[in-house]
Design a binder for this molecule. Structure first.
Ligand code: FDA
Length: 585
């Protein structure tokens, strides 16, 4: 039957969601066709914050080094400044993306990877070129027009934008990764909650050497409070580094109730000069565009054989830098499921778990990003410019927080608290790392509900409870080199993790792999090749040495045994049951 399909999976869109889906499926050996509307990938920087979880995905895909080679390293990302202009008064600073002393320790312990700044026009070529090199078919200038589906497959009507004609491709499954104005989502009629077009924003991409204003306080983000900063936009004016320190992207708001502004080069240059604070600054405008702040998410990500991912199903402002990260992570959840179902290793029910697992995450990040945007308000209040922000009130506000009086002390405390609140945008480690899945592809182990010891949005809580991501711990390999627990899982297969005294589980895993015909590795932590030399694993494993964890190809824990097996037979039966249940067999 395979030959009656033109491809197994057709992906619409080559952004972070579609590009990573293509790379994942190609890596897993699935026939994949990626179609995308334009002649090339993203031509502007767009999303950029690439968090640890996404870097872990890229590491699993063996492209982490490419991302590190073109991204701006963590060391240059974090000294986030709030100011009245780049040459003006500093209102406060916040060490972002895990770069402050306390959070550096916490973030560092959580992952083998660090945050990197990787603008979308650098990320996409890594995803798509590797996808093509690994066998995905990639078709540019190809527009998705419509789809029909039946019990066996999906037919996509496409337009060749070079020749101008239309043609049909038939696939077993489709991924709709066609962004915030998704035609696929619209045609499927997926339910969307929330509101589109809440506020107006403009991006100005420009070149200017700003080294003398920023290199001593290196950051990706310089937030600028000026009259007008309260209108539209993402909470304040923003000067964002694209390349240190001569390529930039500025974000400024406009009133969505008014007709969209006409931003010509002169207007754009004037806004840049205002935010930098240098009236005759040499500036080269690269491009300008208008966009709106959205607060919208799909409550179901799929219909029939079509699965949607990325901005198609979650639309939100760039606050917290979650757009491209969540898109890559959607694909990471979906790709192995599609691969196993296409190969006949899992039943179709496995695919239902995609929406069950990812829709709650999508909703959470949409809410978080929108709340972060609103949480600039207390800074305006502390400065007394919440009602009216003019040159005059702002100047007064800055003077007031410098006053050598008790009143000044009170305002300073208020301002410090307001700045600290922005940790929920710039150090929301829990939002990034604490995603927990509940679905038929996760088997609860009867342990009590999880209690978060610290703020669940700010702090990562590693756990091996089913549904959580496998915690990172450093191990030592055969050559004495450090490897992460994350390095012994993934690669498109399941992994059974146990300890040296858990051999029955490892043997059961080998038997299950044979009897189910699936990829299932067994790793005994403690063996040569995966020694717990630092004792890190035993501190986070959550199971005794003779217990076991079944880790899915996406690094999430499907099942765990919190005690040793009674016998080889019992181990085999228990593990086989777990796998059958997870894989819908
Ligand atoms: P994405 O929008 O990246 O990709 C959609 C893909 O589908 C594109 O390849 C498109 O060509 C294709 N497509 C659409 N319709 C199609 C059709 N009918 N047929 C075929 N192909 C079709 N985020 C952020 O954090 N900071 C920022 O500064 C910005 N700035 C920004 C600027 C602009 C101009 C945009 C459009 C977006 C941003 N974003 C952003 C948002 C960020 O880009 C977004 O969250 C991610 O790119 C989402 O990735 P996706 O892959 O889901 O969609």
């Amino acid at each position: 039957a395979r030959d009656t399909y033109d491809t197994d999976v057709i992906i619409v869109g080559s952004g972070p969601a579609g590009g990573s889906a293509a790379l994942l499926l190609a890596t897993y050996g699935v026939r994949t066709l990626l179609v995308t509307k334009y002649g090339w990938l993203a031509n502007t920087p767009r999303s950029h914050i690439t968090n640890q979880r996404t870097m872990e995905v890229l590491r699993d895909l063996d492209v982490e080094s490419e991302a590190l080679a073109v991204g701006t390293p963590n060391e240059l990302m974090g000294d986030t400044v709030l100011c009245t202009s780049l040459v003006g008064d500093e209102i406060g600073r916040i060490r972002a993306w895990g770069s402050g002393p306390a959070s550096a320790t916490e973030f560092g312990a959580s992952s083998p990877c660090r945050h990197v700044d990787l603008p979308q026009n650098y990320l996409e070529p890594i995803l798509v070129s590797n996808a093509a090199a690994r066998g995905a078919k990639v078709r540019f200038d190809t527009e998705f027009l419509s789809l029909t589906q039946d019990d066996d497959g999906v037919a996509a009507l496409l337009k060749d934008r070079v020749r101008g004609d239309e043609f049909t491709v038939r696939a077993r499954y489709m991924i709709g990764a066609d962004g915030g104005r998704s035609a696929v989502v619209e045609q499927l009629g997926l339910p969307l909650d929330g509101q589109m077009g809440k506020a107006g924003s403009m991006n100005v991409v420009f070149k200017a050497d700003l080294s003398r204003y920023v290199a001593h306080r290196p950051s990706v983000l310089y937030w600028v409070l000026q009259p007008g900063a309260e209108t539209g936009g993402i909470g304040m004016g923003l000067v964002r580094m694209v390349r240190p320190w001569n390529e930039w992207l500025l974000v400024w708001g406009y009133d969505i109730e008014q007709p969209p502004p006409d931003v010509d080069d002169a207007t754009a240059r004037a806004i840049v000069r205002d935010l930098v604070g240098v009236p005759d600054l040499p500036v080269e405008i690269t491009s300008t565009s208008l966009w709106t702040v959205n607060h919208s998410y799909a409550t179901t990500y799929s219909s029939g054989r079509v699965y949607c991912a990325g901005d198609a199903v979650h639309r939100h402002p760039p606050s917290n830098g979650l757009g491209s990260n969540t898109s890559v992570q959607d694909a990471y959840n979906l790709a192995w499921k599609l691969a196993m179902v296409v190969r006949g290793e899992a039943g179709p029910g496995l695919l239902d778990t995609y929406s069950a697992e990812r829709a709650p995450v999508g909703r959470q990040i949409v809410e978080r990003a929108n709340l972060s945007r609103d949480q600039f308000g207390p800074i305006f209040q502390a400065l007394g410019v919440a009602e009216t922000c003019t040159e005059e009130t702002l100047k007064k506000g800055v003077e007031a927080i410098r006053a050598t009086t008790l009143e000044g002390a009170g305002l300073r405390r208020k301002l410090k608290e307001a700045v600290q609140l922005k940790n929920y945008e710039f150090n929301a480690h829990g939002v990034e790392m604490n995603q927990r899945y509940t679905s038929d592809a996760v088997i609860p182990d009867g342990s009590p509900d999880e209690v978060f010891e610290h703020d669940a949005e700010l702090f990562h809580q590693p756990t091996t409870r089913p549904g959580a991501k496998l915690p990172h711990a450093w191990l030592v390999d055969r050559d004495g080199r450090r490897i992460s627990t994350l390095d012994v899982v993934g690669k498109g297969v399941f992994t059974l993790i146990t300890g040296l005294s858990g051999s029955v589980w490892a043997e059961a895993a080998d038997a299950c792999a044979k009897s189910l015909g699936i990829g299932l590795d067994a790793v005994r932590i403690g063996d040569e090749g995966a020694r717990d030399a630092y004792g890190e694993w035993s501190r986070v494993s959550g199971v005794p040495e003779d217990g076991a964890l079944l880790v899915r190809p996406d690094g999430h824990i499907a099942w765990r045994a919190r005690a040793g097996a009674a016998s080889s037979e019992a181990a085999l039966e228990e593990l086989l049951d777990a796998l059958r249940s997870v894989l819908d067999r």
